[in-house]
Design a protein. Structure first.
Length: 226
């Protein structure tokens, strides 16, 4: 199970998450309590183990801005929020030429009906698959206008079929409302390729809890898949 710890703001938390076994560390370059700058992340990434992914989270649709931050900060992947922008994905794929990977975020709209949310998400997953340039999709909760960082879980039982029917070659990552005490249940319900957590392992916004980090990673690793 691939595990990403997102919303890192300092070297201490990032290094601990890596030490505990996280596969990827996320840094938010958008308006947030956990927002960081490229120079701040550039001071962190050289001190992380070589095998740990460094993922920048972006709401920007400016390919040049994203590529510049990725270069300065030492990122190995970018995670795109703010809706599926196929032109942006294509531009970034050309710029990165496989050197920086792309994770596309899609949403389960919590306020919509089950069937509507499932239908929209399935359609968008199909569009991403057709691009052929992205192999990882992060499914997060959308609550009102907030498309991430809400700490709210979506309907895992209702989304089970969406995950099960994803095209071959796509790796789905579940996010939204995950915590140490429910991550194993989410994995058992959805059978994702990976999990992503931010607020669920925090002591306070932007600061991680060592105990929650350790418990989350251990529970994710030990979870049974369907």
């Amino acid at each position: 199970m691939w595990v990403k710890i997102c919303g890192n703001t300092n070297l201490e938390d990032a290094a601990l998450a890596a030490e505990l076994g996280a596969d990827a560390l996320g840094f938010v370059f958008a308006a947030s309590k956990r927002q960081v700058t490229a120079p701040q992340v550039a001071a962190i990434t050289p001190h992380l183990p070589a095998g740990v992914e460094r993922v920048g989270v972006f709401y920007s649709h400016d390919a040049q801005e994203i590529a510049q931050i990725a270069s300065i900060a030492g990122l190995t992947a970018v995670q795109l929020h703010g809706g599926l922008d196929e032109a942006l994905v294509e531009m970034l794929a050309q710029r990165f030429a496989g050197q920086v990977r792309i994770i596309q975020t899609l949403h389960w709209t919590v306020d919509a009906g089950r069937l509507e949310s499932a239908a929209v998400l399935t359609s968008q997953i199909g569009r991403v698959a057709a691009l052929g340039t992205v192999d990882r999709i992060l499914i997060d909760s959308k609550v009102g206008s907030a498309g991430g960082g809400t700490g709210v879980a979506f309907d895992w039982a209702a989304a089970r079929e969406v995950f099960a029917s994803a095209p071959d070659g796509l790796r789905l990552i579940v996010a939204g409302g995950l915590r140490p005490e429910n991550v194993a249940h989410a994995i058992a319900q959805l059978g994702p390729w990976g999990v992503d957590v931010s607020s669920g392992v925090e002591a306070s916004p932007g600061r991680k809890s060592p105990e929650k980090l350790a418990q989350f990673i251990a529970n994710a690793r030990g979870a049974e898949t369907p």
